[in-house]
Design a binder for this molecule. Structure first.
Ligand code: SF4
Ligand code: SF4
Length: 249
């Protein structure tokens, strides 16, 4: 009877053990499912972004990228994975925006496939474990091409706006000789902005100006609304009348 009891107890503990193993297996399966769902969710979020994304390990080696980065760069995923992030930008072009212990942003030229250089904003955040040890980095990359082109256009506009008469007509009544100042300013623009001297000369000649222009006033009362030195520009531009046409083409 004693042996029977031992067998029953041992049978019973084997059953319990098997149940525990089954339960652990179930928990493990549930954990894996949850982790997979969480990874899929995280990947969907990253893939839906317009910005490029890189996940780096603690040595700045790329371990994941998103679809947007593949599209921007022209590379395949395998061109990135296992490579140092430094390989993908020109360090000489680096320009820091902000920096703190866990985050910094910089602009640099990104080396896309085929050697094309793309102005890119890199925003890097550090990933730490519970002991504050660095475990990796997240890097978001924003293509600055459109922004740079707009900035260049604004610069060009700013540098040439000084050449454009606004045609407000404020100066016309102030001029003692009643010169067609806005037309003369247009000729100035043809010369120095369009670089079309023939067009400028044609306009100047067509205005029927007196022989001496802006040379007889003791002082000039003209005050241009955008600050042009009107008589200086006029004296400059009327010289075109004396330039032989064959030098203007
Ligand atoms: S200097 Fe020239 S612009 Fe000024 S008032 Fe005399 S003619 Fe007119
Ligand atoms: S005041 Fe200046 S901007 Fe206005 S029409 Fe005369 S030259 Fe042009």
């Amino acid at each position: 009877m004693q042996n029977e009891g031992r067998v029953m107890r041992s049978y019973s503990s084997s059953e319990q053990l098997l149940q525990q193993v089954a339960s652990l297996k179930e928990e493990l399966k549930e954990c894996r499912t949850q982790r997979k769902e969480s990874e899929d969710k995280y990947k969907r979020v990253l893939d839906s972004r317009f910005e490029g994304f890189m996940l780096l390990d603690e040595n700045r080696v790329i371990i994941e990228v998103n679809k947007a980065l593949l599209k921007i760069s022209g590379y395949d995923r395998n061109d990135f994975i296992g490579h140092l992030v430094d390989k993908f930008y020109d360090k000489a072009s680096l320009n820091f925006y902000s920096a703190s212990p866990d985050h910094f942003s910089f602009e640099a030229l990104f080396r896309a496939k085929g050697g094309c250089l793309i102005p890119m904003l890199f925003s890097r955040s550090t990933l730490n474990d519970e002991n504050h040890q660095i475990t990796g980095y997240m890097v978001f990359l924003t293509d600055l091409t459109d922004l740079k082109e707009t900035q260049e256009e604004l610069k060009r506009a700013a540098s040439t706006s000084g050449l454009f008469c606004q045609g407000c007509g404020q100066c016309v009544k102030q001029c003692i000789a009643e010169l067609p100042i806005p037309d003369l300013m247009r000729a100035y623009m043809y010369t120095y902005d369009y670089r079309n001297l023939a067009l400028a000369k044609g306009l100047v000649v067509s205005l029927g100006l007196p022989g001496r222009v802006c040379e007889d006033c003791s002082s000039c009362p003209v005050r241009c609304s955008i600050g042009f030195n009107v008589p200086a520009k006029i004296r400059d531009i009327v010289r075109l009348r004396d330039v032989p046409t064959e030098f203007l083409s």
